[in-house]
Design a binder for this molecule. Structure first.
Ligand code: PAF
Length: 278
């Protein structure tokens, strides 16, 4: 496994792979890798000749400086995991390498990116588009792998791939969970042991809500109430939306997903999760 910190070194390796007719799988990450990332990487390794994993905490998608500062980082541990998974190339640039100049490109795909995360984190998807756009241009991947925990991100990236005519297959991968049901997230590392036990209840309520047999609006409200009743949990939003357009639905039908963001604990840690109703 080789680690590159410059775009030129990465591009050289990628160009050589393409010249040999090899397929390339790209797994974009912000590091602090866990079993959720490992599942994306395993899938890429099994489906491509070469897998490139980027490890880069992208500043342009954070709108809260403290969130950026406290985002967990451990490149050495990440590299050990990636090596054990059979990855060929790790790309871990500095901010200056990724953005030699301020990135002024605007990525905007309303109404997909104006709801939920997009409504609360104004630069989040623009910044995500900037970095994913760069990574795709540098790696020219055959396939790119994204986890469904960031459900809205996949929809935005899908819109970007279509808009810019990127010739790649977007591969959404199912959420990985602890046995307790807690969705795996790099941010879980910021939870105390006690907060972890509390955070488990988010997915529990979401799963239970599938059995309530009440209307969409009532389900939405009851999920919020049930979670807010739990000490140290506070829902930022819970929206039940169409799984493709991400616009709110009022009636149960096919392709409906509930997306939640909850603040957990003293710090607090912002956790997201989602549930597919049909
Ligand atoms: O999902 C993430 O970790 C990030 O948003 C991504 C896709 C790596 C872009 O920085």
């Amino acid at each position: 496994m080789k680690t590159f910190d410059t775009v030129n070194a990465l591009r050289e390796a990628v160009i050589a792979a393409h010249a040999k007719g090899q397929t390339i799988g790209l797994v974009p990450t912000m590091g602090a890798l866990h079993a959720g990332h490992a599942s994306l990487v395993r899938r890429s390794v099994s489906e491509n000749d070469v897998t490139v994993v980027s490890v880069f905490v992208n500043p342009t998608q954070f709108n809260n400086p403290t969130d950026l500062e406290t985002y967990p980082r451990d490149l050495e541990a990440d590299k050990r995991l990636l090596e054990s998974l059979g990855v060929q190339y790790v790309f871990a640039p500095t901010v200056e390498e990724a953005y030699p100049e301020p990135d002024i490109r605007q990525f905007s795909y309303p109404p997909i990116d104006t709801v939920m995360e997009g409504a609360r984190r104004p630069c989040h998807f623009r910044g995500g588009g900037q970095v994913v756009g760069e990574l795709v241009m540098w790696c020219v991947p055959t396939r790119a792998y994204f986890g469904e925990k960031d459900f809205q991100q996949i929809a935005v990236v899908r819109a970007m791939v279509r808009d810019l005519g990127f010739d790649l297959e977007l591969v959404p991968c199912p959420i990985q969970r602890e046995e307790s049901g807690l969705a795996l997230s790099s941010r879980n590392a910021l939870l105390t042991a006690e907060e972890r036990q509390i955070a488990v209840k988010i997915s529990r309520v979401l799963q239970e809500s599938k059995t309530w047999g009440i209307g969409v609006e009532e389900t939405q409200q009851r999920v919020v109430n049930e979670i807010n009743k739990i000490d140290q949990l506070e829902v930022e939003y819970y929206e039940i939306v169409d799984g493709t357009t991400l616009q709110p639905v009022t009636e149960w039908r096919e392709d409906v997903v509930g997306c939640i963001t909850v603040y957990c604990g003293q710090r607090p840690v912002r956790l997201i999760d989602n549930v597919r109703y049909a």
